[in-house]
Design a protein around this ligand. Sequence first.
Ligand code: SF4
Length: 270
Amino acid sequence: MEILLARDGVFPVAFSASGDPLPGRPASGLSLPGTVQGEGKLAGVPSLFVRMAGCDLRCSWTAADGSRCPCDTAYASFALSGAFRVDVADLARLVAANLGAVRHVVVTGGEPFLQPAPLRELLVALKAMGPLHITVETNATLYDDPAARLVDLFSLSPKLASSAPSSDAAHHRLRLNLPAVQAFLDRARADGKDFQLKFVYARPADADEILSILVRLRGWTPSDVLLMPLGATPAEMARAVPSALEQCLRHGWRFCDRLHISLFGNREGV
Ligand code: SF4
C-alpha cells in the first residue's frame, strides 16, 4: 500500500533503505541519523520522524499584537510542495536503516489520520521492528481506532479560534472535534497509553477557550495540558512566552518549548 509523505519524508536520515550511506550529512548537520523530539512530554528524547502529507485544516494564527503566523509546515499540509508516494514496506525499510540506537519514532504531518489505512499499515510495520515507542502527532479532528491501538503516545493538538484564517469556512467547521479528542483519551485510559493535549498559545483569550474545551472532556489531569507559545522562531515565540508561563502557573498546565528550534533553527527535516 502506498502512503503520501511530505518532501522531508523520514528525517533526519543518513542511509538509504538498503543501508547505503547517503551523500552529505543529515539535515541536522550531525554525523548520525535521528534528532531529538523538540516538543512535549518526550522533549529531548532521541527520535526519528516520519512526516505524512495533507491536512484537513488551514491554520494561520493571529498573535496578540495582530500579526499573522501561518502553519510552519504548509508544504506538508495545505500548500503541498514536493510530496511523494512511497510503498509502506519501502518506507519501513528506510526507517529501519536509520534507527540505530534510537527507539522512538514520531509520525507527524500534516495530519496522519487523514490516511487511516496507510497509517495503520505503517504502524504495524513499525511495531514489527521490535520494541519501539511510537508517537503520533495529530490535530485530533479525526479518529481511527485500529491505528490508535498501535500508538504509544497521542500528541493531540486541537486548534483554537486564534488558529483560524480570516476566511476558510472548512477550518472553522472542522478545527474542533471533541468526540474525536475524547476517543483518543478513552483509548489511552483503556490501554494505559499516554497522551498530551498540546495547545498553541497565541493570546490570553486562548486560555479561556482551553478551559471551555477541558470542561467538556473526561480523563485528563492539568499535567496533560501543554501550552506551546505561538511562533516559528525564538523571537516570535518570545512574544507569547510570559503570558503562556502565567497561564501555566495559574492553571497547573505545562509549558511546552520547541527545543528543535533553539537547537537547529527554523529548518526542515530536523
Ligand atoms: S493542523 Fe497542523 S499541519 Fe494542519 S494546518 Fe494546522 S498547523 Fe498545519
